[in-house]
Design a protein around this ligand. Structure first.
Ligand code: ARG
Length: 467
């Protein structure tokens, strides 16, 4: 092989991150080879000892990578033979790098999926905390970035929270689908050795072995699926961040971010820039890019293993790491941001944001909605011209637009009342957001239990294999 070929085909710079999982996979494999009588017990024991030695080298950052060897799998095997001699060569019985790399990457991403769900829940928790103390903080609700109807800060924060809740669920759903072990599919067709795939699957904390050997070594839809989960999360994060950037502007003045999570300008001393929110928003590009990379890379690939598949690691390792760190830092940003309730109320009370409420009021007095819409349109016109808000007009003035209007109109027009009265299921009233907060907390608790159990199960496997 020409040196340039080796350099071009090597994946070591990326797949060295799989070292730990590679050794665990090999420990499970060799225990199975021994139990099934495929290699002599003495050789199997020597291999296990050698692998545990390599594990210690990896943990203590002493494992030296040999870049003349193509990937992490060959590196581990070579090192094993260095440590224990020719018996090391028996490890690769009944297995191929094709099923090996598929197994390693699943184990790596399985951990990432749990971490992502966990960091999403940390962020969701921070949003829910803001909601808990802001059930009656009135702010404008927007459509088309125009004042639409009054809402509460709680309702707004919970809207983001439930998006992140679905994102976290998606990661756990993907986790369940990828919880099958490809090891034992060998190169593509299975093997003539009497292996026990259930045994290795169980030892590595998988629910069961994958069903089909050819699918096992070629499938990367678990990678694509996580890439999508990450991309959707990044898109949701970008919406939140965009709002925080706007809200922290002088024009909005809705929030002030903590000094620890903002930056100054090198020449303009008065500035406090929302760089974290901007960076998180900006990282959406590369995270979506990873999804496009994966789908494009796997499109049209014939069965089974093709070397193209080696290109699957970097993009998704990166996008998962990006999303996990974005969620963690945004949780800190949210929980340290000051929300300016007075300013939000002031902005909401300005203008005609309660126009829908006046129209709905007329409907309760028997006016058809279309007609009410026209009546309120005229009142809004007057309000704009005179600068007097609807709720500040006298009863006589309001009655110029419709004689159905009575003094009980003042019970529906104040923005606080607009919010309180929207008590339909999922609406913005404080009673409704209290229900939503309980729902959000329950969703987080259920997931927390799943993440805890799965993390425990995996770490028990690692303990058993490494001792
Ligand atoms: N470095 C390879 C990868 O990441 C490992 C599998 C190599 N298999 C092969 N038949 N060359 O995909």
């Amino acid at each position: 092989m020409d040196d340039s070929t080796l350099e071009f085909t090597s994946s070591l710079d990326v797949d060295s991150k799989l070292a730990f999982y590679d050794v665990m996979g090999s420990l499970a494999h060799v225990a199975m080879l021994k139990a099934c009588g495929i290699i002599p017990a003495a050789d199997a024991d020597a291999i296990s000892d050698g692998l545990r030695g390599i594990l210690a080298e990896i943990k203590e950052d002493r494992f030296e990578l040999d870049f003349s060897l193509e990937d992490i799998h060959t590196n581990v095997e070579f090192r094993l033979t260095e440590r224990i001699g020719p018996a090391g060569g028996k490890l690769h019985t009944g297995r191929s790098r094709n099923d090996q790399v598929a197994t390693d990457f699943r184990m790596y991403l399985r951990d990432d999926a749990l971490r992502a769900a966990d960091s999403l829940d940390t962020l969701m928790g921070a949003l829910v905390k803001v909601a808990e103390t802001n059930g009656d903080t009135v702010m404008p609700g927007f459509t088309h970035m125009q004042h639409a109807q009054p809402v509460t800060l709680a309702q707004h924060m919970l809207a983001h929270a439930f998006r992140f809740s679905r994102d976290a669920d998606r990661f756990l759903d993907a986790f369940r689908r990828m919880d099958k072990c490809p090891l034992g599919a060998a190169a593509l067709a299975g093997t003539t050795y009497p292996i026990d795939r259930r045994m290795t699957a169980e030892a590595l904390g998988f629910k069961e072995p994958t069903e089909n050997s050819m699918d096992s070594v070629s499938d990367r839809d678990f990678v694509c699926e996580l890439a999508f989960c990450a991309a959707e999360t990044a898109v949701h994060l970008s919406s939140l961040c965009e709002e925080l950037v706007l809200w922290s502007s002088q024009e909005f003045g809705f929030i002030e971010m903590d000094d620890r999570y903002t930056t100054g300008s090198s020449i303009m001393p008065q500035k406090k820039n929302p760089d974290i929110a901007e960076l998180v928003r900006g990282k959406t590009g590369s995270v979506i890019g990873a999804l496009v990379t994966m789908l494009t890379m796997t499109k049209g690939l014939p069965l089974t293993y093709n070397r193209d598949l080696q290109e699957d690691k970097r993009p998704v390792m990166d996008s998962m790491a990006t999303v996990i760190s974005c969620c963690s830092i945004m949780a800190k940003v949210i929980s340290t941001t000051e929300f300016h309730a007075d300013r939000m109320l002031e902005v909401t009370s300005r203008g005609q944001i309660n126009a829908t409420d006046l129209a709905d009021y007329l409907v309760t007095k028997g006016v058809p909605f279309r007609e009410a819409h026209g009546i309120v349109g005229a009142a809004v016109r007057r309000s704009i011209d005179t600068g007097v808000n609807l709720e500040d007009m006298t009863l006589d003035e309001l009655r110029e637009f419709s004689d159905r209007i009575d003094k009980d109109v003042y019970d529906v027009l104040p923005v606080v009342r607009c919010v309180e009265r929207r008590d339909s299921y999922g609406g913005t009233s404080p009673a409704s957001t209290d229900v939503q907060i309980s729902q959000a907390i329950e969703q987080m608790m259920l997931r927390d239990e799943v993440v805890r159990q799965e993390t425990q199960l995996i770490s028990n496997c690692w303990k058993a294999l490494s001792s």
